[in-house]
Design a protein. Structure first.
Length: 338
């Protein structure tokens, strides 16, 4: 791949070219994000079930559907998104991305999210190549490629942890409603009104699917797969076994809730004992950046060889790679499964 000469980019014409490329990139990103994210892609549960609800009309939903269809059916964009989606489906990437988006509760279609992600990564590589050369292109591409996945993983994990933390209270409330004479479906519906998100919407989704004829265990299994909660998978297994062999479901749910509370206490103890290792990982990641900024503020010329010579760039990117490996290594050591 050829790189534009330095004299081309150093003059007024080069600055105009760079400014034009940045402007085109920003406009393209804003346009893509507005198409993919700005409108209501997945209507809420009440809107989705409105045709089945007595006393509600669907006329107010029709313009929304029509507007969405007109917005996303741009021929060129659709062909590009479909091509990326078909390729990713064959590689199994689209299925994994779809699961992560569901777990994070993000209303974005997997193929369109992947298309936007690839477009931004390619754009970052091209801008890095034009502005700094191959090394900067590699660094910019790596950063832009890793940040969205890290953010998506964080959102998905946070939602799963929040749902798992709600399970003991949810099971205790459900056991109480069952002792009061409610059926399990009525109990789930009642409990959903007392819970906060994300458990509220997930339980309402289960109730809606069962009322439309889906088996209860299948609906609960989908929730366990969506949230990737091992604790809730145990709950589903307990309910499935109870429905097969019988027994006191309220007492069984109390036992499961007590077990979850004990595991939560153990997790907190482990988190306290491993706090030193996690703080060490944070310090290791921050200290090189802080020292570099301090040295640059005191003596900028001292760090010049690191950014204007090939060996210096190798040292910079090699140090970043080793720092990332060290952080991941420490996290794997202090991460203890309970």
């Amino acid at each position: 791949m050829t790189v534009l000469p330095a004299e081309v980019l150093s003059g007024t014409g080069g600055e105009l070219l760079i400014a034009l490329l940045v402007l085109v990139a920003v406009v393209g990103i804003v346009w893509a994000v507005s198409i993919i994210v700005a409108y209501d892609r997945q209507p809420k549960l009440e809107d989705a079930l409105s045709p089945y609800t007595v006393g509600r009309t669907t006329e107010r939903h029709a313009p929304v559907v029509a507007r969405n269809q007109d917005l996303v059916e741009t021929p060129f964009l659709q062909r590009a998104v479909n091509s990326v989606g078909q390729f990713a489906t064959r590689r199994g990437v689209l299925q994994y991305l779809e699961g992560m988006l569901k777990q994070a509760d993000l209303s974005v279609r997997p193929a369109e999210a992947l298309f936007l992600y690839l477009a931004v990564v390619i754009l970052a590589v091209v801008l890095g190549l034009l502005l700094g050369g191959p090394f900067w292109a590699l660094g910019a591409g790596a950063v832009v490629a890793l940040v969205p996945w890290a953010a998506l993983t964080t959102l998905a994990t946070r939602r799963t942890d929040k749902f798992t933390a709600q399970l003991p209270d949810m099971l205790q409330l459900l056991g109480t409603t069952l002792r009061s004479g409610f059926s399990i479906l009525q109990g789930i519906d009642t409990v959903a009104d007392q819970l906060s998100e994300p458990a509220r919407e997930l339980m309402r989704q289960v109730v809606a699917e069962v009322r439309l004829g889906r088996p209860l265990v299948d609906a609960l299994t989908d929730v366990a797969e969506e949230t990737k909660s091992e604790d809730f998978a145990w709950v589903v297994s307990a309910i499935a076994i109870q429905r097969e062999v019988g027994g006191n479901l309220a007492e069984l749910l109390d036992i499961v809730a007590e077990t979850m509370n004990a595991r939560a206490r153990l997790r907190r103890e482990v988190k306290t004992l491993t706090a030193e290792g996690r703080i060490g990982a944070i310090i290791i990641s921050i200290m090189p950046i802080a020292i570099g900024l301090f040295v640059y503020s005191v003596n900028p010329g001292y760090l010049t060889p690191l950014f204007h010579s090939t060996p210096g760039r190798l040292v910079v990117f090699g140090s970043i790679a080793l720092a990332v490996v060290g952080i991941l290594w420490i996290r794997s050591i202090v991460k203890i499964e309970v």
